[in-house]
Design a protein around this ligand. Structure first.
Ligand code: HEC
Length: 156
C-alpha cells in the first residue's frame, strides 16, 4: 500500500515537471527603469527586484514543480503590481498608490514577502535600511505630487 502511494507520488512529481512555467525575464528597457540614489537602488535590488523587476534571479528550486508554479505566480503578480524596470511607464496616480502601499508594507514587514525571506537571508532589511527606503518612498511621493506638470510627461 505505502509502496503504491510512493510510486503514484513519484509519477505525479515527474509528470508535473513537464507543465511549462515561464521563467524568462522580459527585456530590460534602460529608458524605463527606475533611477534612484545608489543607496536606495542597492536596497531595492537586494530586497525587491527578484519579484518587482524584469531582472529576476530564478534559483534552481524555482524551476522545479510545484515550487515553480508558486514562484512564477508571485513574480507575475508582483510585476503587475509594481515593476521597477518599467517605472517610468507607470502613471502618476498608480505610482502614488504604490508608493503609499510600499511605505506601509515595508514598515509592517509584509514586503518583501516573508516566505521569500526564508531562502533569501540577504534580502532581509534592517531597521535602518527600512528607514532609508521609507524615507525615499515618502520623498518621491511628495516630489511627483508637487510637480503639477508631471502628467504631461507620462507615457500613459
Ligand atoms: C517574493 C516576491 C516579492 C518580493 C521579494 C517583494 N514583493 Fe512586493 N509583492 C509581491 C506580490 C506577489 C505582490 C502582489 C500581491 C499582493 O499585493 O500581496 C506584491 C505587491 C507589492 C505592492 C503593492 C501592494 C498593494 O497592496 O498595492 C508593493 C507596494 C510592493 N509589493 C512593494 C515591495 C517592496 C518595496 C519590496 C522590497 C522591499 C517587495 N515588494 C518585495 C511579491 C514580492
Amino acid at each position: 500500500m505505502l509502496k503504491k502511494i510512493a510510486i503514484i507520488v513519484l509519477v505525479i512529481f515527474f509528470s508535473i515537471q513537464f507543465i511549462p512555467v515561464d521563467t524568462t525575464n522580459p527585456v530590460v528597457d534602460e529608458t524605463l527603469t527606475l533611477q534612484a540614489p545608489q543607496e536606495v537602488m542597492t536596497l531595492l535590488k537586494k530586497s525587491c527586484y527578484d519579484c518587482h523587476s524584469n531582472e529576476t534571479v530564478w534559483p534552481f528550486y524555482s524551476q522545479i514543480a510545484p515550487v515553480s508554479f508558486f514562484v512564477a505566480v508571485h513574480v507575475e503578480e508582483a510585476r503587475s503590481a509594481v515593476n521597477f524596470s518599467e517605472w517610468k511607464f507607470i502613471d502618476k496616480e498608480t505610482k502614488t498608490k504604490r508608493l503609499q502601499r510600499a511605505i506601509i508594507t515595508v514598515k509592517n514587514g509584509m514586503m518583501a514577502l516573508p516566505s521569500y525571506l526564508v531562502g533569501h537571508e540577504e534580502a532581509k532589511l534592517t531597521k535602518e535600511e527600512k528607514k532609508v527606503l521609507v524615507t525615499w518612498f515618502e520623498d518621491t511621493l511628495k516630489e511627483i505630487n508637487e510637480d503639477s506638470n508631471a502628467h504631461i510627461f507620462q507615457v500613459r
